[in-house]
Design a protein around this ligand. Structure first.
Ligand SMILES: [Zn+2]
Length: 75
């Protein structure tokens, strides 16, 4: 199940929640259902990166470095 980020239009609360198909998430703060989905909240908190692809700087050394040119540097 995917986790989506939302912002509540009613109280401004930002939260992340699992969304099962067919279900509508509610704001954990006020219970409102007027939510704005945040598309890239979880994907990648940009930190000066130029590339969209995952890199060592964003995922850290490890399995995620498989396709990262600089991954070997951490070895
Ligand atoms: Zn709310």
């Amino acid at each position: 199940m995917p986790i989506y980020g939302y912002r509540c239009s009613k109280c401004g609360e930002n939260f992340q929640t699992l969304v099962r198909s067919g279900e509508t998430p509610e704001c954990p703060s006020c219970g409102g259902v007027e939510l704005v989905q945040q598309l890239s909240l979880i994907a990648s908190p940009a930190k000066g990166g130029d590339s969209d692809a995952p890199s060592c700087s964003s995922v850290g050394p490890g399995p995620g470095c498989g396709g990262c040119p600089g991954g070997a540097a951490f070895g």
